[in-house]
Design a protein around this ligand. Structure first.
Ligand SMILES: [Zn+2]
Length: 231
């Protein structure tokens, strides 16, 4: 019998590696992407489309949760707030930065869970990881465990709740990239930049983690950055 997985995919490295792992584990892939008014939406959507095709996904579901932009509170959705760059970014920082989107992962998971229930998916893959969990609590294993417990009571009596799987939950960026190479994830198709430009800026938090990850993993970085230097 076919195993089915919904894979939340932003088009970035983490969620793409998680989706590739689902594929290698034999799941039929249904990629799930959300627009929430983020600056990089156009580029993310392009990337997700290419990743879905590369992985031979059965379906790609793109939904709008644009009310997150309306609610505000994030430098990613509010263009009057600057995205921190270069020296303003500290990758070791444990304090959640201004690029936090309030409750985004909870809302994303809830929305993707609804889709998973509709298509009777057994699993819901996410790219949550230890790197992001340093400053973003909704990337922690505890968040996944608690969410899975809630799901048991969140679906109909005739449905089996999907299990949220976060295969990268213990990994930092260099190991995620190494894992990506191991499972042959299409890292070259991923897009990470917060600013949403045609090329990666190279100096926002997400670009800095991407660069650091490739460098630390000792893997050739296929990305073209606008800023050749990190600061
Ligand atoms: Zn960037």
């Amino acid at each position: 019998m076919t195993k089915t997985a919904v894979c939340i995919c932003s088009g970035g490295i983490d969620s793409t590696v998680a989706a590739t792992i689902a594929s290698r584990e034999g799941y039929e892939l249904h990629l799930f992407h959300a627009s929430y008014g983020q600056r990089a939406e156009k580029k993310e959507k392009e990337a997700v489309g290419e990743i879905a095709a590369y992985l031979g996904a059965k379906d790609l579901k793109c939904v709008e949760i644009a009310f997150l932009k309306e609610l505000g509170g994030s430098a990613l959705t509010d263009i009057t707030t600057e995205v921190p760059v270069a020296e303003e970014v500290n990758l070791e920082e444990k304090e959640t930065p201004s690029t936090w989107v309030p409750c985004r992962n909870l809302i994303l998971l809830a929305t993707a869970s609804a889709y998973a229930e509709v298509i009777s998916a057994e699993a819901l893959f996410v790219g949550f990881n230890a790197e992001e969990a340093r400053a973003y609590p909704d990337n922690e294993k505890e968040f996944v465990d608690r969410y899975n417990a809630v799901l048991e009571k969140a679906v109909a009596s005739f449905s089996q709740p999907p299990t949220v799987k976060a295969p990268l939950v213990d990994l930092f960026k260099p190991d995620i990239i190494k894992k990506g190479i191991e499972v042959e994830a299409p890292l070259h198709l991923t897009y990470s930049c917060y600013s949403g430009g045609e090329k990666h800026c190279g100096i926002c938090e997400s670009c800095l983690r991407r660069r650091w990850g490739f460098r630390e993993a000792d893997v050739d970085d296929p990305t073209e950055y606008i800023h050749a230097k990190e600061s």
